[in-house]
Design a protein around this ligand. Structure first.
Ligand SMILES: [Fe+2]
Length: 217
């Protein structure tokens, strides 16, 4: 996953605890086949498992009621590698900073999950491959020129989790031409073109193609 150096005060806001695991052999009745690893290194990506709800929906609301910030709604379709067939049963895990640019109030059981802050959630696609999340628009890290971004991790059955390009914002002045040229476009372009509706909600769409530009996929 693309990572950034976090200011020390963000890291210091992290607090400790333990971790959740896959269903046991006893629960599944059989030893699970090893997952195929794709996408290279993925720092702290395993945090997607931490706090994973038993039931997942195709849509989620990330920010709690009253969370400061401009409301944002992102939706799209996740396709198989062919770019045409909707992909069912895919987990999309996302997390992002708050309006101050901090991964604040992390409450996960593991340090990695806590580093993802409070604003994190999951979706699981149905037969139509659709997903949607409602949240607030993240801010750049404090005193930085890092573009606003939402991290995204994909988990498919039988395969290890892998990161795809961050969701970023076309209208963000920090998303420079040089930066755009460096984007890997893993899973396809992550550049959102948000439009604000009459209710003041930023609306944006992004379709995702599984494995696109992901090494070893
Ligand atoms: Fe980040």
């Amino acid at each position: 996953m693309k990572t950034y150096l976090l200011p020390a005060f963000i890291l210091f806001s992290i607090s400790p605890t333990s971790c959740q695991e896959k269903p046991s052999v006893k629960e599944t009745g059989a030893r699970a086949a090893p997952e195929r690893r794709v996408g290279g290194s993925c720092e702290c990506c395993e945090a997607w498992r931490d706090g994973l709800p038993e039931q997942l929906s195709w849509q989620t609301t990330i920010s709690p009621e009253g969370e400061p910030g401009e409301p944002l709604e992102v939706s799209g379709t996740i396709y198989r590698k062919d770019g045409k067939t909707p992909a069912a049963g895919v987990i999309l895990y996302v997390y992002h900073t708050d309006r101050e640019g901090r991964y604040s109030r992390g409450a996960g059981a593991t340090e990695c999950a806590r580093r993802h802050g409070l604003l994190r959630s999951w979706m699981k696609t149905g037969a139509d491959g659709r997903y949607r999340f409602r949240t607030i628009r993240p801010a750049s890290y404090p005193q930085s020129t890092i573009e606003q971004h939402i991290h995204a991790i994909i988990k498919e059955a039988g395969m290890g989790e892998y990161w795809i390009d961050d969701f970023v914002f076309d209208d963000d002045p920090f998303l420079t031409a040089a930066l755009r040229n460096r984007l890997a476009e893993r899973g396809g372009s992550g550049i959102l073109r948000p439009l604000k509706n009459q209710q003041g909600v930023w609306l944006a769409e992004r379709d995702i193609v599984l494995g696109k530009n992901v090494p070893g996929y």
